[in-house]
Ligand binder design. Sequence first.
Ligand SMILES: CC(C)(COP(=O)(O)OP(=O)(O)OC[C@H]1O[C@@H](n2cnc3c(N)ncnc32)[C@H](O)[C@@H]1OP(=O)(O)O)[C@@H](O)C(=O)NCCC(=O)NCCS
Length: 177
Amino acid sequence: MTSVRKTARADAPAILRLAAAEPLFSREDREVVDELLAEYLEESEPGDYRFLTAVEDGRIAGFACYGPTPLTRGTYDLYWICVARGHRRRGTGRALLQAVIRGIRRNRGRLLSVETSGRRDFAPTRAFYERAGLIATARVPGFYAPGDDLVIFTYAVRPSRTRKPSKKPRRKAARRG
Ligand SMILES: CC(C)(COP(=O)(O)OP(=O)(O)OC[C@H]1O[C@@H](n2cnc3c(N)ncnc32)[C@H](O)[C@@H]1OP(=O)(O)O)[C@@H](O)C(=O)NCCC(=O)NCCS
């Protein structure tokens, strides 16, 4: 059974090992994960980078990092999502993505955006996003490098239908005139 929770300090070494073992992540990616995870662990309030940990049978199986996109209203970026090789195709990635979407919804966000590569070795990643209902909204040829396109996936986050009723009694609208 996979559960997803906010990343705790004790998860950091396992998350960094996981990122280091992922061949799709560049050295720069790993350094940035390290830096942002340290920043996240110092914060007392949710900041620009929020980490989630997936746990399966007591072991750390994956992580995700997302946060509000600067200079937008209600748009969030998914910066990284990664599942340990031995834990793939068991719904862990889906559970992490759903937790990200719930987090965005709780913060009244409205759009999830994910940037990924159009390279052949990222085909499973793109299949994962498509299967999760994200739409390949844009493609920028040669963005990362010659022959390495940027593909932007987006997902419209709908507000929860079961909003908690406000505790304050509603005032009657003042009549005009
Ligand atoms: C992408 C990734 C997070 C998916 O994690 P996962 O736990 O294996 O995904 P799930 O088991 O939740 O898969 C959900 C669905 O996505 C699709 N999917 C997942 N992996 C796939 C693959 N390798 N090939 C094709 N479809 C795939 C399938 O439809 C799958 O459902 P199914 O298993 O019932 O057919 C994982 O492969 C990974 O960590 N990849 C390397 C890092 C990466 O690319 N990160 C994203 C860029 S930051």
